[in-house]
Design a protein around this ligand. Structure first.
Ligand SMILES: Cc1cc2nc3c(=O)[nH]c(=O)nc-3n(C[C@H](O)[C@H](O)[C@H](O)COP(=O)(O)OP(=O)(O)OC[C@H]3O[C@@H](n4cnc5c(N)ncnc54)[C@H](O)[C@@H]3O)c2cc1C
Length: 358
């Protein structure tokens, strides 16, 4: 089949990867090939089905758990290595926020003892020796042993080079929309056997009603901290929202993220920067000398219930509403989309309310 994909962010690139195994694929993206304006580029790319289950449905947690299994198969197809780990994550609270941690633990949907466990300072010293050695040691701790993360910018780059090596046609800096079952771009209509719309917030005006897509603002920091060693992502309970510190390779850290119900696309505010930076410094004093490589803001594409959706309308498939779970859920979303294109959905897990046929 001849397939047109609108949006070469996270979902568009991964869908192109899977479909280009058997089909001819053309990508249209409003941005350049690096997709620096996309949510995908900004994200921390934590794969945290259990931690996120505090605010998600049981179904979404199961989709995240399945995605964890599928990620290695996707990464194995790429022509460049991408940092990916499943070393778990830690949730920490200072004494004054210990109530928030208890509350968080009560709302986790996984199985206690298997998906999450309360740990003491001796176990912390084994997992994260530098955190255990801080002057203000943590007494309130949860360990989620199966959580993962990857390097999103390495992933986007590796996907670009793999897709181009496979001969996928890539129209960069080419805004596109769907008109009469065809793709409208560069001032003309392009006909395809199937069209997949993965434009994130850029697809807002073409979301089937009554659904409504909105942007949820997030601010995030990238730091280089040679004096800090963390082996896994750490979330710190905070009165307004949990703040995470996700260690990438070579002492690089992504720290985020605020979650603000607004489509305000201004640069990050002083208040948010202060909150994120003070959280880092309170967790590990080695962040005092860290270099601030980037401080940026972006919008997460979200539907009313903050859960994603796939709409099927004849030959057009729309995938959107990945909110703060794009990396967590991408492999399952792409698996479902590819099965719809190939007409082979019978063998796949079914998720209530995920797919809507119009
Ligand atoms: C601060 C922050 C932190 C995050 N952290 C995490 C995390 O730790 N874990 C996690 O799982 N998720 C996280 N996310 C969420 C994740 O980034 C998103 O859910 C995911 O990127 C959504 O993927 P998408 O492909 O739908 O949209 P995007 O990645 O935004 O891609 C959309 C693409 O469509 C293109 N486009 C837009 N309009 C048009 C048009 N008219 N024509 C052609 N192309 C167009 C854009 O240029 C872009 O390349 C985070 C998001 C933010 C903002």
């Amino acid at each position: 089949m001849n397939i047109g994909i609108l949006g070469a962010g996270l979902i568009g690139r991964l869908t192109a990867l899977q479909l280009s195994n058997d089909h001819q694929v053309t990508l249209f993206d409003a941005d350049d090939e690096q997709a620096t304006q996309s949510a995908a580029y900004l994200a921390a790319a934590m794969l945290a089905p259990i931690a996120e289950s505090v605010e998600t449905s049981h179904t979404l947690m199961q989709m995240g758990q399945r995605s964890q299994l599928l990620w290695p198969q996707l990464l194995a197809q790429l022509n460049a290595p991408v940092f990916f780990q499943q070393a778990g994550s830690l949730i920490l609270a200072f004494e004054q926020d210990s109530g928030n941690l208890q509350d968080f633990a009560r709302h986790l949907k996984g199985i206690e003892g298997e998906d999450f466990m309360r740990i003491d300072s001796t176990r912390l010293a084994e997992l994260e020796p530098e955190l255990a050695a801080q002057s203000k040691p943590f007494k309130h701790l949860l360990y989620l042993p199966h959580e993962g993360q990857l390097d999103n910018r390495q992933l986007l780059k590796a996907l670009q080079s793999t897709l181009q090596a496979r001969g996928v046609t890539w129209h960069a800096q080419t805004p596109a929309e769907i008109r009469d079952g065809q793709v409208w771009a560069n001032g003309q209509l392009h006909a395809f056997d199937r069209i997949i719309d993965c434009r994130g917030l850029g697809g807002k005006t073409q979301i089937p009603s009554p659904s409504r897509l909105r942007g949820v603002r997030g601010e995030v920091l990238r730091l280089y901290a040679p004096e800090v060693i963390l082996n896994r992502p750490v979330r710190l309970m905070h009165p307004r929202y949990p703040i995470y510190i996700a260690p990438k390779e070579n002492h690089h850290f992504v720290v985020g993220a605020t979650q603000i119900e607004s489509e305000d696309s201004r640069e990050p505010t002083v208040r948010s920067a202060l909150e994120l930076l003070s959280a880092c410094f309170s967790v590990h004093k080695g962040f005092a000398e860290a270099e601030i490589l980037q401080i940026a803001s972006g919008l997460r594409p979200a539907l009313g219930d903050n859960e994603p959706k796939i709409w099927v309308n004849n030959k057009v498939i729309q995938i959107n509403g990945l909110f703060r779970h794009g990396y967590l859920l991408a492999p399952v979303m792409v698996e479902q989309c590819v099965a719809l294109v190939n007409g082979k959905t019978d063998d796949l897990p079914q998720y209530p309310n995920l797919i809507e046929t119009l």
